[in-house]
Design a binder for this molecule. Structure first.
Ligand code: GLP
Length: 238
């Protein structure tokens, strides 16, 4: 792993650690341990901790007071709509996630996907089509598009686990935020068969464009969710 990727990977881990700390009971305006304390506890450099805190500050999960330290921020509206992976969604619902890879390959980005990933239409992208299952039942058919130049060797890997975990652990890419569009559709016969429902059954179509910790687009994914098995829960605040 290159130095830069290694740093990203480590700071991603530090960041998850701090997020857990906040989620597990710290209140808004509680003071966080110092950079040095985190560095000693986690065995990383202060620079890595600072990196992680910068990212959390950008997302308004923490704020800094010059000379006093870093504090837990008040929850914000965009925090309540969390960016989760399929694997996390399933575990949260108490279900066991699994995956069936349908096909993978590389192709030209083309105009539509290229613009989503800020790539030229002639750039090479990696495409992964997977059926995602919950407790053994297919619920979602995902088509993921990634910039091939940033995920060398990905398509030769085992792709039955969490893509987001793989992107973080292998490529130092931490998904940070996403734009997501949710609509309604019906399933074409071939897609319906993969999802084990009758042709033209109702489905939710979710298009997600994910941005990494460096504000670069990471993935553009079109997911078809069985409407009888999936709903979206959005916390809203006034
Ligand atoms: C959801 C999103 C996809 C994303 C996937 C990652 O299904 N709709 O855009 O690729 O989560 O999940 P995992 O990390 O479990 O592979």
């Amino acid at each position: 792993m290159s130095d830069a990727r290694n740093t990203d990977h480590k700071s991603g881990r530090v960041r998850s650690h701090i997020e857990r700390l906040i989620d597990d009971g710290l209140q808004p305006h509680d003071k966080l341990p110092t950079e040095r304390q985190f560095a000693d506890e986690l065995g990383v450099s202060r620079m890595t901790v600072r990196h992680a805190l910068n990212a959390l500050e950008e997302e308004r999960r923490v704020y800094r007071v010059h000379g006093s330290g870093t504090f837990v921020a008040e929850p914000t509206i965009d925090k309540t709509i969390r960016l989760t992976s399929f694997t996390e969604d399933m575990i949260e619902r108490g279900m066991k996630p699994s995956t069936r890879v349908v096909d993978v390959g590389t192709e030209f980005a083309g105009a539509a996907v290229g613009s989503k990933l800020s790539l030229s239409p002639a750039a090479e992208i990696a495409r992964i089509r997977r059926v995602r299952l919950a407790d053994g039942a297919p619920v979602c058919l995902e088509t993921v598009h990634l910039d091939a130049s940033r995920v060398h060797g990905l398509l030769d890997r085992e792709l039955t686990g969490s893509l987001y975990d793989l992107l973080a652990s292998r490529y130092g890419t931490v998904v940070s935020r996403a734009e997501q569009r949710i609509g309604a559709t019906v399933l074409e016969p071939a897609d319906a068969e993969l999802l084990d429902v009758a042709a033209f059954s109702a489905a939710l179509v979710v298009e997600r464009r994910t941005i990494d910790q460096h504000q670069r687009p990471v993935e553009f994914t079109r997911s078809l969710y069985r409407a009888d098995r999936y709903s979206f829960l959005i916390d809203i605040e006034r």
